[in-house]
Design a protein around this ligand. Structure first.
Ligand code: GLC
Ligand code: CA
Length: 530
C-alpha cells in the first residue's frame, strides 16, 4: 500500500516567497543561500516539498513574475551554482523542490519580446499577440488588465498594440505559435535536467485567448470598489479550451522524468477547475484549489464547499484533491479569520483529504502587515490604489526571532517587518508548547502517523450548528474531526462509542471520552474510535 501513492499525494507543500524568506548578504532581500540556511526549519516542521516563487532574472516589475531569462538566476537571489547547491541540500534532507514556471507571459525586457517588438516582420513577431488598433486608433478590444487599465499597450516602433493579461511589462506569449510552445517546453526541460521535482505553473487559465478577440461582456455583478478587471466577464480571455492541449504537452514532458509534480494555478469555480486535471490525456496532478481562501469562514459554507469539491472529483481518474489557506497573492488566513480561528483553519487544512500547501509564515500565525503608502511595492496597489488589492501585506519578511530585523536580514528589509515579530517568531514559538508552530508540528506529525489523514477516504462534511465535522477512514481506522467555529463552548455528540482525542488545537488534551465531547471556544479536535 505504501507505494500506491505518490510523494505529492502523501506529502505537504510549503511555499517560500524568496524575497521574504531569508536574506544572506544583507541587501534586505531574501536569496537562495538564505533558503538553504533555513531548510532545517522545514525539516523540523515536517513538510515534504518546498515550492519557491520565481527566482529568475527579472526587472521585478511584478517581483519576479516578469521573467527576462528563463534559464538563469537573478543576481539578487544568487547564481546557478547556488541553485544547484540548494537542490542538493533539499534532496539531502529528503525534501523535494518545486519551481514556479510562468508560461503565460515574459518580461518586456526578455530578448524574445525585444526582438518581437522590433519590427512587424521580425521572425519572433508572432511569439506575442500583436493587433492593429481600431480605425479611430483605439485599443483592439475592451479587455482589462488584471492589474488595472487596458490589457493592450500601443508600441511606438510599429504602431501596433500588444496584449498583456497583467502589467504592460508582462506581454502575453502567443501559445498558438508552435515555436513558442517548443521554446517553453525547453525551459521545463532545462530545470528538470537540473533536478527539480516539479513546477507550480503560473496563471494557467490565462494561457490562451479566443482567436477572434471579441469584446468581453460586462459583468452585471461588478460593484464600485472591486477590481477593475472584474468589470468584465472574462469569457474570451480566460479558460479557453485550447489551454488543455498545452498543459497535456507539459505533463507528457514531466512524465518522462518520473515522479515529478505539476501544480496549476487557475483561480476558477470548482466545475471549471476539474478540466485542468485533464481528460483523455492527463493534465495537472494538482490544479490549485483556492476555495478555502475565497469562501466565507462559516461551518455550513465550508461543509458545502468540501462536499461540492469531493463530488466534483469523484469519478475522474486520478483526480487528487488539494487545499490551501493562503499564498503571496491573498490576505493571510490569520487576518481573514482571526488568530483564534487560524488554529482551527490549520487543523482543517491538515486533516482534509488532499495535498495541503502551507504559505510561509502561516505556521507561526503571521498576519497581514499594514504598509504605509510610501513603502508600497506591489504594482497592483500602485495602479489601483486604496481598494485593498495590494499584496505587500502578505509578503512581508518571515519572522525568525526577536532581534531587530527578525533574523531575516542584517540590512534594511525590502518591505516593513511586522511590529509583532518580538513575540510572533519561530524561535520563541519553538519553545512554547502551546504555540501556533507547536500546533502545526503536531498536526503534521499526526498526519504522518495516521494514513487515514493523508490517504484515507473522506466521509461527509457537515455543519452541526457552529461545529464543522467530517470523518476519515483507512484500513479499519476511523478518525473524526470536530471544529468549533465559534467563540462559545459547544457539545459535540460523537455516537455512543468511546473515542480517544488525539489532538486538540489547544494542545492540552489527550483523553478518552464516551459520546458527547465538550469543545471549548475556537477548539478543534481529532478523535479516533477507541
Ligand atoms: C500569478 C501570481 C501573481 C502574479 C501573476 C502574474 O497570479 O501568483 O503573483 O502577479 O500570476 O504573473
Ligand atoms: Ca495569455
Amino acid at each position: 500500500m505504501r507505494n500506491a501513492h505518490h510523494w505529492w499525494q502523501r506529502g505537504i507543500v510549503y511555499q517560500v516567497y524568496p524575497r521574504s524568506f531569508q536574506d544572506s548578504n544583507g541587501d534586505g532581500i531574501g536569496d537562495l543561500k538564505g533558503i538553504a540556511a533555513r531548510l532545517d526549519h522545514l525539516v523540523d516542521l515536517g513538510v515534504d516539498a518546498v515550492w519557491v516563487s520565481p527566482i529568475y532574472p527579472s526587472p521585478m516589475a511584478d517581483f519576479g513574475y516578469d521573467v527576462s531569462d528563463h534559464r538563469d538566476i537573478h543576481p539578487l537571489f544568487g547564481t546557478l551554482q547556488d541553485f544547484d547547491r540548494l537542490v542538493e541540500a533539499v534532496h539531502a534532507r529528503d525534501l523535494k523542490i518545486i519551481l514556479d514556471f510562468v508560461p503565460n507571459h515574459t518580461s518586456d525586457q526578455h530578448p524574445w519580446f525585444v526582438e518581437s517588438r522590433s519590427s512587424r516582420i521580425n521572425p519572433k513577431r508572432d511569439w506575442y499577440i500583436w493587433r492593429d488598433g481600431k480605425p479611430d486608433g483605439g485599443v483592439p478590444n475592451n479587455w482589462v488588465s488584471e492589474f488595472g487599465g487596458s490589457a493592450w499597450t500601443r508600441d511606438e516602433a510599429t504602431g501596433q498594440f500588444y496584449y498583456h493579461a497583467f502589467l504592460k511589462q508582462q506581454p502575453d506569449l502567443n501559445w498558438r505559435n508552435a515555436q513558442v510552445r517548443a521554446a517553453m517546453l525547453d525551459v521545463l526541460r532545462f530545470w528538470l535536467d537540473r533536478g527539480v521535482d516539479g513546477f507550480r505553473v503560473d496563471a494557467i487559465h490565462h494561457l490562451i485567448e479566443a482567436e477572434h478577440l471579441r469584446d468581453n461582456p460586462l459583468n452585471p455583478d461588478w460593484r464600485e470598489g472591486q477590481s477593475p478587471a472584474r468589470r468584465l466577464i472574462r469569457l474570451y480571455s480566460l479558460d479557453q479550451e485550447e489551454t488543455h492541449a498545452a498543459i497535456a504537452e507539459m505533463r507528457a514532458l514531466a512524465d518522462r522524468y518520473g515522479d515529478r509534480v505539476l501544480i496549476g494555478e487557475a483561480s476558477l469555480p470548482i466545475e471549471q477547475l476539474m478540466a485542468y486535471y485533464g481528460d483523455d490525456t492527463p493534465g495537472f496532478h494538482l490544479p490549485f484549489n483556492f476555495h478555502l481562501i475565497k469562501s466565507a469562514w462559516e461551518p455550513h459554507v465550508i461543509a458545502a464547499l468540501i462536499e461540492q469539491y469531493e463530488r466534483a472529483l469523484d469519478g475522474g481518474r486520478e483526480r487528487w484533491p488539494n487545499w490551501v489557506l493562503g499564498n503571496h497573492d491573498k490576505p493571510r488566513v490569520a487576518s481573514r479569520v482571526g488568530p483564534a480561528q487560524a488554529r482551527v483553519a490549520a487543523m482543517l487544512l491538515l486533516t482534509l483529504r488532499g495535498t495541503p500547501t502551507i504559505y510561509q509564515g502561516e505556521e507561526i500565525g503571521m498576519e497581514d502587515v499594514p504598509i504605509p503608502t510610501q513603502a508600497v511595492c506591489d504594482p497592483w496597489e500602485k495602479n489601483v490604489p486604496g481598494l485593498g488589492l495590494g499584496r505587500d501585506p502578505e509578503r512581508t519578511p518571515m519572522q525568525w526571532d526577536a532581534t531587530e530585523n527578525a533574523g531575516f536580514t542584517r540590512g534594511e528589509p525590502w518591505l516593513p517587518l511586522s511590529s509583532d515579530h518580538g513575540v510572533l517568531n519561530v524561535q520563541r514559538q519553538r519553545a512554547e508548547p502551546s504555540s501556533m508552530l507547536s500546533l502545526y508540528r503536531a498536526l503534521i506529525a499526526l498526519r504522518r502517523r495516521e494514513p487515514a489523514l493523508s490517504i484515507g477516504v473522506h466521509v461527509k462534511a457537515e455543519a452541526v450548528g457552529p461545529v464543522l465535522t467530517y470523518r476519515r477512514f483507512h484500513e479499519g481506522r476511523w478518525l473524526s474531526v470536530a471544529l468549533n467555529f465559534s467563540g462559545e463552548p459547544q457539545v459535540f455528540r460523537n455516537g455512543a462509542d468511546a473515542h480517544d482525542i488525539l489532538l486538540s488545537t489547544h494542545l492540552d488534551r489527550v483523553e478518552r471520552c464516551n459520546g458527547a465531547v465538550e469543545l471549548r471556544a475556537n477548539e478543534g479536535i481529532v478523535m479516533a474510535a477507541a
